[in-house]
Design a binder for this molecule. Sequence first.
Ligand code: M6R
Length: 365
Amino acid sequence: DKGHYRHFMQKEIFEQARVIGNTLQGRIGQHKVLEQVFGTSAADIFDQVQRVQIIACGTSYHSGLVCKYWLEDWAGIPCDIEVASEYRYRKVVVSPGTLFVTISQSGETADTLAALRLAKELNYLASLTICNVPNSSLARESDLVFMTQAGPEIGVASTKAFTTQLVSLQLLTIVLGRRHQLSAEREAELVEALHSLPSLCEEVLSLDPEVLEMSEHFSEKHHSLFLGRGPQYPVAMEGALKLKEISYIHAESYPAGELKHGPLALVDSDMPIVAVAPNNDLLEKLKSNLEEVQARGGMLFVFADKDAGFKNNGSTKVINLPHVPASLEPIIYTLPLQQLSYHVAVLKGTDVDQPRNLAKSVTVE
Ligand code: M6R
C-alpha cells in the first residue's frame, strides 16, 4: 500500500527516519552497542577477527564501501570489498582471521549467495550477513545474521535498505572496533550520534521541495557527474546509480580528486555536476576540485553543510543541510540524492518503481 504517496520509492524514502529507528531499537543502549544482538556465538567469533572481507552487489556494494572507510578509520581493522560477480570467479587469497560479510536487501541475489557458498569452502573465520529478509537464503546459510529492519522494500531502486544497512554496518564496526583501537569514549560518541539520527533524517527529508526545484535542471540532460571524497565517494556512487537506474540519465561518479586524471575532459555547460559537501576535513580539497569544474563552464549542484561556505549563483545551486556528526554524513547526504533521482524520474515520466530491464531481486546471474 502506497498510502498517500505516488510511488513506493517515494514512500520508502520518507520512511527512513522511522525504519532507521527500528534498526537501532533494542540494539543500542545509551552509550554502547549491545553486542549480543549479533547472536549468542558472535562474541567468540568477533574476538578472533583480524580482517573483514565484504561481498555484495549494486546498492548493497555501496554500503559496504562506506563500511570499509569506517572499519579502517575507527576500528583499525583492514577491510576488503568486492562485487560478488567478480569475487566468485577468481582465485582469492584468504588471510587468517578474516570474517566474511555479505550485504543484501533480498538475501537472494544469485552472485552474493554463490560467493557465500564458495567462501564456505575457503578458510574464513565465519560468515555474517546483513540482510533485510528473514529466512532468505543468505540469512539461512550464514553463521551470523544481522537483520536490517527496513520492512518490505517494493521499489526496485533501493533506498531504505541502503540507509539501514549503513546503520547496521556502523554497529558491526563498533563491536569489532572495541576489540581493536576503538575506545569506550569514541563508542559513546558514535552511539550518541546514532540516537540523533532519526530526527536528523526527518529534518533533511523536509528539504524535499528544494530538491524538487533542483531536479528541473536535470530532466533535459543526458549526462551527469557525481563527486564526493572520503566516505562521501561511495555516497556519490550511490547517487549516480539511483539517477541512472530510474531516470535513464547517464550518471558517472568519481572521487573528486580524480577529476584531473580524465573526467574533467567531459565537463562543459551541458554536464551537471552533483557534489556532496559536508563540512569535514576534506572540504577545502573538494572546493578546489569544484572550482576547476566551474572554470570549465560546468553547472554545480551542491548538497552542502550550511556552514561550508557555498553560495547560490548563476552557476551553482546549493541545498544547505544541517551540520551533522561526521559519522552520520554518509547516511544523511544519501537522502537528498535519493529525492533528486526520484523527482528527475517523475519529471521524465519513467516507471519509477519498476524501471525498464531491471528486477527487484536478481536471482539469476
Ligand atoms: O537484494 P540485494 O541487496 O542483494 O540487491 C543487490 C542489487 O541488485 C540492488 O542493490 C540493485 O543495485 C538496486 N536495484 C539498486 O537500487
